[in-house]
Design a protein around this ligand. Structure first.
Ligand code: GLC
Ligand code: GLC
Length: 834
């Protein structure tokens, strides 16, 4: 007899079983409230500013890093550990008879009350056990490299209590990859320094590091440990450390092995009395000449400054208010009011929040991305920009220039770069032929939002050329466009290279060795496989590129681009249509991928989405047919799967896609990133009902009602949801760091609600279910705040019949930027046009 995952959950307590969901949204505080520690998976939040970042789970797990999760990891986290998610923020409370953790982990003592509130840039825990209330607030100030943990303990019982508190963490030896590998060295390098209420992690500070980390408390500890194993005891565990059980730390100093930082604090609480403590986990960098004091000791000045700053609760409150203020300002950029609360909380809170996180971290650090492998992805980060060009235009500008700098003269690009160094990752290199085009997409989105065409003239060298040649961003965009034109295959369609957007369709790399990566295996057979997805993407961004050519007075290039557009459109028409949908690709041997002629993998989502988004087949019915086929063959209860039927056997000529069991990942999961493309394509055909139905299937605020099945956080998108052919359909994986966030937010705001920046103004072009009576959007655009009220009296799905701006009727549906005051009232009446 076989058991599914869900059978194993039988061992979990009733708090797990009796539920479909494990918390609720609190829209008034913009929080997700986790009501029990027994969620199907650790549900995390991100704290941080541009430099200092924390992952924090609903039971206090996670870790901190400074800028780069690989090269500057402060605290140690064991991925895929047993028990799950145990090391993170360590807090233990005990009296003579009881031992518990205010975040439930690591003790796992069942608490009388538990609540974790994940908010914007902070997480709060409230627990009650044995008449002691604990409130813990964790956040990272906007302007300091530390995480603050403010813990308030209150005696809610009738008698005086003597409590011992142990608080700590385990240091990571900086390079998180080495930390998990290089034990012959690591076990000898660890060094710490205890300075009253601070424990400094000094490993490698003596030599080449100009930085150290610290853990501190604003109170006098009665004891400490910095040697982890002394704290835990022989064969001890975080669940029941020896020091905690015995009620005494041993004042150990770590030399090598595993350095940690634990404080022991003692307190007496009268009935009703509260005690507040502030812990900091911080990072300090000293210039080489400031590393040491004149007497040769470590220069702790910056640490002391930080500690002094946050020593009292007023300062903590001020720093926390600044975090809240930051996020309010961020979210104010665009707010939406519809009839549907699930839509509003997604559009107004969670989707833009997730966009900020994906923009910051790309695919580096989550509970599924270990922070040591991928850095910033070229295609990923360009797409992530769609989610933040409006809210963070300055950061978007910088990111575009950083990305362009890892591009080669021939238009290709390093597929990834490391955020700390901003250098391209040579191990992976380039050769992903969709990569260059995403730079056109992101720059176009930035220009439409800001109108800042000056960016096109910014100097950015190519990665394989010396600086100082006067190369501009526009030269990069030109190279991007040209890269496709220069790399066409036998059918006149774009060559796919190592892979296009679908990393796992490796049609030129034939791997039979399990010890190598599918993508970086040698390209063989001249690499002539071609991609309809790239063709569609090319045709989608081509008008943007032409517009940019005109912005830099190169009408000649715009005209030439028009000719290439026509040629590729003709190639798609001639070789890209399979009868009921668009083909996906041509293999190295000219065979078709994504055709009704195939036994498996007959239809793929990407080429339907991109060809329709690019306008192919709109006039002759092919676009509608393609999307009807998507609905018939790819759409299921949990979203639109990537391919159908999924591959059942590994085929080296297809690559990694066929390595996954059917229904998972690229092999037929709902690969959520692609779903908003279908949403956009549907709106382009005016099919508002279909667009919205598709949108809701993957939207976290809808999926929350089946949180148990979904498994990962119900407030953010996951990369994939197991598809209809999977063993457990509907189960999500790889939450948080996914391009789904940016694309879904973009599809919702720009195409369903249809408030869409364009080069010459703000276009209002909704495409909604006909039942909607209307909706409202307030949005900033180039310095003006637009209050847009959309009415749908005739229950149409698309079409703006009338639009007034501050009472004056306007022709068409484009709001010209600026010039009409700081705040503009727009009234839109939908209806049949003309
Ligand atoms: C992952 C990658 C992304 C890729 C996608 C599909 O999300 O980060 O670059 O496009 O998978 O394979
Ligand atoms: C993407 C895919 C994943 C693949 C990886 C390789 O993340 O989703 O399946 O293993 O790319 O780069």
């Amino acid at each position: 007899m076989t058991h599914s995952n869900t059978d194993l959950d039988m061992l979990a307590p009733p708090a797990f079983h009796d539920r479909e969901r494990f918390g609720h949204f609190d829209d008034s505080t913009r929080e997700y409230v986790v009501e029990t520690p027994y969620t199907p998976y650790p549900w995390i939040n991100y704290l941080g500013n541009n430099d200092f970042r924390s992952l924090i789970s609903h039971t206090g797990g996670g870790y901190q890093f400074y800028r780069d999760a690989k090269l500057r990891r402060l605290t140690r986290y064991r991925y895929n550990s047993v028990p799950r998610d145990q090391n993170g923020r360590l807090l233990y409370l005990r009296d003579d008879t009881q031992l518990w953790s205010p975040t439930w982990q690591p003790c796992q003592t069942p608490l009388d009350h538990f609540e974790c509130r994940h908010g914007l840039g902070y997480t709060r825990f409230h627990a009650r056990y044995a008449d002691i209330d604990s409130n813990l607030l964790c956040f990272v100030p906007r302007d300091a490299a530390c995480e603050i943990q403010q813990l308030t303990l209150t005696n809610g019982g009738p008698r005086r209590r003597h409590l011992q508190l142990f608080a700590g963490l385990e240091w990571c030896l900086w390079n998180a990859h080495d930390d998990a590998n290089n034990f012959q060295r690591n076990f000898s390098t660890g060094e710490v320094l205890v300075d009253g209420g601070s424990i400094c992690h000094l490993t490698e500070y003596r030599e080449r590091r100009n930085h150290f980390a610290f853990f501190s408390v604003n109170s006098d500890p009665v004891g400490f440990d910095t040697d982890r194993d002394s704290f835990l005891g022989p064969y001890g565990s975080y669940q029941k450390p020896r020091a905690v059980q015995q009620g005494a730390c041993r004042q150990t100093n770590a030399f090598g092995w595993a350095p940690a930082a634990v404080f022991q604090l003692a307190m007496t609480l009268e009935p009703g009395e509260s005690r507040e403590l502030v812990f900091l986990t911080g990072y300090v960098e000293n210039e080489p000449e400031r590393k040491w004091t004149p007497s040769g000791t470590v220069n702790l000045e910056r640490m002391h400054q930080m500690q002094t700053r946050f020593a009292d609760s007023n300062a903590v409150a001020t720093a926390f208010a600044a975090v809240q203020h930051h996020w309010e300002g961020y979210l104010d950029h665009c707010t939406v009011q519809t009839e549907e609360p699930r839509l509003d909380r997604l559009a107004n809170i969670w989707a833009p929040y997730q966009c900020a996180v994906t923009h910051q971290l790309s695919r580096s650090a989550s509970l599924f991305e270990s922070g040591v492998s991928r850095g910033m992805g070229f295609r990923d980060s360009n797409q992530d920009l769609l989610g933040i060009v409006g809210t963070q235009p300055d950061q978007a500008r910088q990111r575009i220039l950083d990305l362009a700098a890892v591009q080669f003269r021939d238009g290709g690009a390093y597929h990834q770069y490391q955020p700390l160094t901003k250098q391209g990752n040579a191990d992976i290199g380039g050769g992903f032929n969709d990569d260059p085009l995403w730079l056109i997409l992101s720059t176009g989105a930035y220009l439409k939002e800001t109108g800042d065409s000056g960016i096109l003239h910014e100097a950015v060298p190519f990665a394989d050329e010396s600086p100082g040649l006067g190369t501009t961003l526009f030269d990069h965009l030109r190279a991007s466009f040209q890269h496709v034109v220069d790399n066409l295959g036998p059918h006149g369609l774009p060559l796919i290279g190592r892979a296009d957007w679908n990393d796992c369709l490796n049609l030129n790399c034939f791997s039979s060795n399990p010890d190598e990566a599918f993508q970086t295996t040698d390209i063989r057979e001249q690499g002539v496989a071609e991609s309809l997805m790239i063709a569609g993407l090319f045709l989608f961004v081509a008008p943007d590129y032409q517009h940019m050519c005109r912005l830099v007075d190169r009408d000649d290039l715009a005209a030439a681009a028009g000719a290439h557009r026509n040629a590729i459109t003709a190639a798609v028409d001639k070789h890209g249509w399979d009868g009921r949908w668009f083909l996906r690709a041509y293999r190295h041997d000219g065979g078709k991928v994504g055709s009704s002629e195939n036994r498996e993998g007959q239809i793929f989502i990407e080429s339907q989405a991109w060809c329709v988004m690019a306008g192919v087949g709109h006039k002759d019915g092919r676009a509608e047919r393609a999307l009807d086929s998507v609905r018939a063959l790819l759409t299921c209860e949990h979203g639109v799967v990537l391919v159908y039927p999924a591959y059942t056997q590994y085929d080296p000529a297809l690559g990694e896609i066929s390595s996954y069991p059917p229904g998972y990942k690229e092999n037929g999961a709902v690969f959520c990133h692609t779903n908003p493309w279908i949403v956009i394509a549907e709106t382009m055909l005016g099919r508002g009902e279909h667009a919205f139905q598709t949108f809701c299937k993957t939207a976290p605020t809808w999926r929350e009602s089946q949180a148990k099945r979904h498994k990962t956080e119900p407030y953010v998108y996951a990369q994939m949801i197991a598809g209809k052919e999977a063993a457990v359909p509907g189960e999500a994986k790889n939450s948080w760091l996914t391009g789904t966030a940016a694309w879904s937010y973009h599809a919702l705001t720009h195409y369903i609600l249809g408030v869409r920046p364009d080069y010459d103004g703000l276009r209002i072009d909704p495409c909604i279910p006909p039942s909607w009576p209307g909706f409202e959007v307030t949005r900033r655009f180039r310095g003006t705040e637009y209050h847009i009220k959309v009415h749908n009296p005739n229950h149409v799905t698309k079409g703006v019949a009338r639009m007034t701006v501050n009472g004056t009727e306007l022709d068409g549906n484009l709001l010209p930027p600026g010039g009409v005051g700081d705040s503009v009232q727009v009234v839109v009446t939908m209806g049949h046009v003309g």
